[in-house]
Ligand binder design. Structure first.
Ligand SMILES: Cc1ncc(COP(=O)(O)O)c(C=O)c1O
Length: 359
């Protein structure tokens, strides 16, 4: 078991305010955290109220199948609750899926969110990494050509973390149709979909081999509570429940998740803030990739990403060094969209970098 654990790459999280405060001797209050794609407005006040009200009940186990939460997600997505599963973040959902689908091969187009590979490997799977092109676009034919009889899952992410681009519907359909009858599931991660123009959720009604994962960590501001879900075929949903840990969503997460889903005003405020802030961050004076998510990816070359993150951290700004993303190289930095004031600080700091370096 120890040997197996030693073969898995550890997940590298964004840096915390406490860490940066200690390392650079900066007061906690003056640090801004734009490294983990969190919601700058925080959670919906309705979610906070629900947590307070439900706090009295935490000595009692929650519903094992999170049925009330799944009903609320059903209302939000338009899919019946039988086709919805919920977990401790979409990470938790991915992990249960891997428990169900591995061992076997997992295809992961890179660079992308690193937990797909970690979870597949942790469940004794083999990961096949397929590079994206220079603009982080996937080649559906290339992906299909890498599949074998052993391929159990293809991970796709739209908008992709860290590049922010969407998968065109036709590319997704090419992959789904190419894998028809192959015992291979396509997991489409739509963690950032609320910030984007187009969801592919509708395709789950047409393709039984498609699972669409979503989260309440981003647009709904509940990252600390851990609530994620996925839409899948009813048959797969039944198998999933057999593999899931009982009570995988806590009672407070259920209560807050329901309240957040029923607060469209907070969702709209959060999405509008991201959309306007995204425009401002496009003015960072380096190559900024167009994004459909709550972050932008910046090519900081000729500087190395680590140096740039350090430069910004000294000014109390946490961003994400993407060198820990397999296949991303050493020149990419991801910046989450913050409040207008935070965005100004970031843009100014990048201008300062340009001036100091004369690049
Ligand atoms: C693409 C993607 N999927 C999933 C997650 C994790 O989501 P959750 O907090 O629901 O586990 C993240 C978090 O950054 C992400 O970027």
């Amino acid at each position: 078991m120890k040997d197996h654990a030693g073969t898995i790459n550890r997940y590298v999280p964004g840096r915390s305010i406490a860490e940066i405060s200690e390392e650079y001797n900066i007061p906690v209050d003056s640090i801004i955290k734009l490294g983990s794609n969190e919601n700058p407005l925080g959670a919906s006040p309705e979610a906070m109220r629900a947590i307070n009200e439900d706090a009295r009940g935490i000595s009692v186990y929650p519903a094992s199948d999170a049925s009330d939460l799944r009903d609320a997600i059903s209302e939000y997505t338009g899919y019946p609750a039988e086709r919805i599963v919920a977990g401790a973040g979409v990470d938790g959902v991915i992990d249960t899926l891997m428990r169900m689908l591995m061992p076997g091969e997992a295809i992961v187009p890179i660079p992308t969110f690193s937990y797909y590979a970690i979870s597949a490997q942790a469940h004794h799977g083999t990961v096949v990494f397929v590079p994206r092109d220079r603009d982080f676009v996937i080649d559906p034919e290339d992906i299909l050509s890498q599949t074998t009889d052993e391929t159990r899952v293809v991970f796709l992410c739209s908008p992709n973390n860290p590049s922010g681009n969407l998968i065109p519907k036709s590319d997704l359909q090419t992959i789904l149709e190419g894998l028809d009858g192959c015992n291979t599931t396509v997991f489409l991660d739509e963690a950032y979909i609320e910030f984007s123009k187009v969801s592919m959720l509708r395709l789950a009604a047409e393709y039984d081999n498609l699972v669409v994962g979503r989260t309440l960590s981003k647009a709904f501001g509940l990252a600390g509570l851990r609530v994620g879900y996925a839409v899948m075929s009813e048959e797969m949903g039944g198998e999933y429940m057999e593999c899931a840990t009982p009570f995988s969503v806590s009672s407070l997460a259920i209560a807050a998740g329901i309240a957040a889903l029923k607060d469209p005003e907070h969702l709209k405020r959060s999405v509008d803030l991201v959309k306007s802030g995204r425009k401002r961050l496009m003015e960072i004076p380096f190559r900024v990739y167009p994004s459909e998510a709550n972050f932008v990816l910046v090519d900081v070359s000729p500087h190395r990403s680590g140096e740039v993150c350090d430069f910004l951290a000294r000014r109390g700004i946490i961003v994400r060094d993407c060198s820990s993303f397999r296949g991303a190289g050493d020149f990419l930095v991801r910046v989450s969209i913050g409040t207008p004031d935070q965005n100004e600080r970031v843009v100014e700091a990048f201008f300062e970098l340009l001036e100091v370096s004369g690049a």
